[in-house]
Design a protein around this ligand. Structure first.
Ligand SMILES: [Zn+2]
Ligand SMILES: [Zn+2]
Length: 241
């Protein structure tokens, strides 16, 4: 397991690491890949139903952000209250500045979150509570638009059947929020269901794009290609690298 300190990588504002872009980076999800391709393996294998994917930061295993994203749903941990506070603050600060980047110049009508994979867990979905109650920029527009259908699906496989829409969304512009993007399977599946329900535009805002620092030469690449995190820039509005 890594004992990486994020200091010095991406100039870690609150432990955040700005996603890289350009050659060697997946143009959909910002995963680090071999330079010969423009899409990572997971994005090559998936269907695409999102107009844009905007990760706020990389979630590097071993980092403080990664620990918060993993821990905030576990009720038993004393760390939970701090993790919730920090993740809500990250979403609020980012969405207050970059909603129009996500929306291609227009605000969203509705905001929702990717449901849990099973019904029991989704009843107490922590991300839904965080967005509805602690992220005022979008909280008033938040609604529960999706629920788990009960259909079993591999967590890493694209499978819209795992979710059902709870409302007709004819012509609505929907912002879909998730805490972590690993393969994108759940977010792409959720987006497919939102579109089938009539949504005209669906964008994903993700707190952390997971990055395994031990994989391939990811550590070296992150350290060499420093890209300072700034609240004023997102992967849509910042100048090219
Ligand atoms: Zn990708
Ligand atoms: Zn932006």
């Amino acid at each position: 397991m890594s004992n990486l300190q994020i200091t010095g990588v991406g100039s870690g504002v609150d432990g955040l690491v700005a996603p890289l872009s350009g050659p060697g980076v997946c143009r959909i999800c910002f995963n680090l890949i071999g330079s010969a391709s423009t899409l990572c393996r997971a994005c090559l294998a998936s269907e695409h139903h999102l107009d844009v994917v905007v990760p706020i930061s990389y979630s590097v295993n071993g980092s403080g952000l990664h620990r918060k994203i993993v821990a905030y749903k576990r009720h038993a941990e004393p760390f939970v209250a701090y993790a919730i506070r920090d993740l809500a603050a990250i979403l609020e600060r980012f969405l207050a500045v970059h909603e129009l980047c996500l929306g291609a110049g227009q605000p969203f009508d509705l905001v929702t979150t990717v449901p849990s994979s099973d019904r029991q867990r989704d009843r107490h979905n922590q991300l839904r509570r965080v967005v509805a109650e602690l992220v005022p920029t979008v909280g008033a527009r938040h609604g529960r638009l999706l629920a788990p259908s009960g259909v079993a699906a591999g967590r890493r496989a694209f499978c819209p059947g795992r979710y059902q829409a709870l409302a007709s969304l004819h012509g609505q512009r929907v912002l879909l929020i998730d805490d972590m993007w690993t393969t994108g399977a759940s977010a792409q599946s959720a987006a497919a269901v939102l579109r089938a329900a009539g949504a005209s535009y669906v964008a994903a805002a993700v707190i952390g794009r997971h990055l395994n620092i031990e994989y391939s030469d990811n550590r070296r690449r992150l350290e060499v290609l420093r890209w300072g995190f700034s609240w004023g820039n997102c992967v849509v509005c910042r100048p090219p690298m």
